[in-house]
Design a protein around this ligand. Structure first.
Ligand code: ZN
Length: 151
């Protein structure tokens, strides 16, 4: 994929998730939650989790205001992690954050628990590493999820 194609694809995916975000609501029956703030851009996010006794994310949602990248990232994250185990979520959030920051990003090829569509979109979002000013926008929801999850 050349740079121009990637840029167009990137904008398309971000715009679509920002316009119609998944899981953007208050989860009244949540068991865990956390607040996140990115002062560089002014993005604010609140993550809600309902964890069940099997250590699974039974439900996950977010609320907040911010730039298109921060909203799109929270939308993709909640969509991908709903129904996953806490262990999977913790492992994948590290992989995703590394994908957003490392010059040699980790491959998502071994992530068999996730749908191909979710992985494609997250892979496109992680190309934010080419725009260093926006990395904190893309990783805000993930840092906030990390704070919300039990240690
Ligand atoms: Zn932002």
């Amino acid at each position: 994929m050349n740079d121009l194609d990637l840029r167009e694809l990137y904008q398309e995916v971000i715009i679509s998730h920002n316009k119609n975000p998944h899981n953007k609501s208050n989860l009244s029956h949540h068991t865990h939650d956390a607040d996140g703030y990115n002062p560089l851009c002014g993005d604010k996010v609140h993550i809600y989790l309902k964890l069940n006794d099997d250590e699974t994310i039974e439900d996950i949602s977010f609320e907040g205001e911010g730039c298109a990248i921060s909203v799109a990232s929270a939308s993709m994250m909640t969509k991908a992690l709903k129904g996953k185990s806490i262990a999977t979520a913790k492992r994948f959030l590290n992989t995703f954050q590394n994908a957003c920051t490392e010059t040699t990003p980790p491959s998502f090829d071994d992530e068999t628990e996730f749908s191909a569509v979710d992985l494609d979109e997250l892979s496109i979002l992680s190309s934010v590493r080419n725009y260093p000013m926006r990395v904190k926008c893309a990783t805000l929801a993930w840092h906030t999820l990390d704070s919300a999850l039990p240690k």
